[in-house]
Design a protein around this ligand. Sequence first.
Ligand code: NAD
Length: 331
Amino acid sequence: MKILFYSTKPYDKVWFEPMGKDFGFDVHFVEMPCNRETIALAKGYDAICTFVNDYIDASMISRLYRMKVKGILLRCAGFNQVDLKAAKGKITVLRVPSYSPEAVAEYAMALLLTVNRYTHRAYTRTRDFNMNINGFMGTDLHGKTAGVVGTGKIGQAMIRILKGFGMHILAYDPYPNPSLDVEYVSCEELMRRSDVISLHCPLTEETKYIINQKTIDLMKDGVYLINTSRGQLIDTESLIQALLAKKFAGVGLDVYEEEEGVFYEDRSNDIDIIKDENLVRLTAFPNVLITSHMGFFTKEATREIARVTLENAYALENGNPLVNEVVWDRG
Ligand code: NAD
C-alpha cells in the first residue's frame, strides 16, 4: 500500500517511518497540509494520512475518488474535519479512537494547575531574579467542585485525576455512564455549580459553542475553564467579553476555533498573525494560557497513534474488519 502523509512534522516520522516499513507499506511524507490545492498530490496513492487540522471537504473527496484513493487514515481521534456524508460509499475513513486518554487528561490538569498557580509566569520571573510573588495567589483545588463535560475515555481519565486532588465531580453527558462514581447533572446545573469546568466532548452540531454567552452567564464568578477538546466548543467572542468582565479566574486552552493554519506552525516572524485579533487578545490576558493542540503529545500516545493508524491501513488493504471506520449514518 502506498500512503501519502500530509502535514508531516519531524516528530511524525519518529514512529511512522520505521513502523510503516515493518508493515511493508510505501510511505511518503509531505509537510504541506491537505487542502484543495494539495489534494492533487494524492494521485497514485492508495491512501492519504491526515491530522487534526487537515480539512477534507466534499469536492476533495470527489477528487480522491476519481484518483482511486481508497482510504483516508486520520492519525487522530476527532473526525469533524472530514465531510463524512460525502465520503460515504466513495472512500473509507478510519481514525484512531483511543491512544492515550491519560496523555490528554494529564495535559488538561497541567493547564489547570498552571493557570491556577501561575507556574509559567513564576518561571520567567525567577529566571530574571525577580522573586516577587505578587499577583500569583491561586486557589486550593481540594474540596472544590469540578464539572466534566463528556465522560468518554478522556473525561474518565480526567475524573480519576480530579478525584486524586480531592475534588467533588459533576458530570454532563447525554449518554451517562452508570459505572462512574460521579454526580451526573444537566449541562446548566454543571455550569452553575462548578468551580472548574473541563471540556471533553467531541465537536458536533449540538456541542458547537456549548460555551457561549448564556452558559457563561450561568457560571460562578472566578470559575476556571479548560478546553483540550476542540476550539469550536467555545464561542471565542463571548469568552473574551467574559474575560474582560473578569468572570474567569483562569482559562487554559489547548485548542482554538481558528487554529487551522496557525497551530503547529512557527509564525513568530509573520506580522499577519496579528490580524487574528481574537488570538492576540487571548494571549494578552494574564490569566489565559494557550498552547498549540499538544495534549496528545507524549511518547506513548504518538507510538500508539502510529500503530493503530497503520493497523487501520493494513485492515483496509487486506479486507479485514474495519473496527475504526467512521461512517456518516453511524455518527
Ligand atoms: P470519547 O468518544 O471517548 O468521549 C466523548 C464523550 O462525549 C462521550 O461519552 C459522549 O457521549 C460525550 N458527548 C457526546 N455529545 C455530548 C454532548 N452534547 N455533551 C456532552 N458530552 C457529549 O472521546 P475522547 O477520546 O474522550 O475524546 C474527547 C475529545 O477530546 C475528542 O472528541 C477530541 O476532540 C479531543 N481530543 C483532543 C486531543 C488533544 O490533543 N488536545 C487529543 C485527543 C482528543
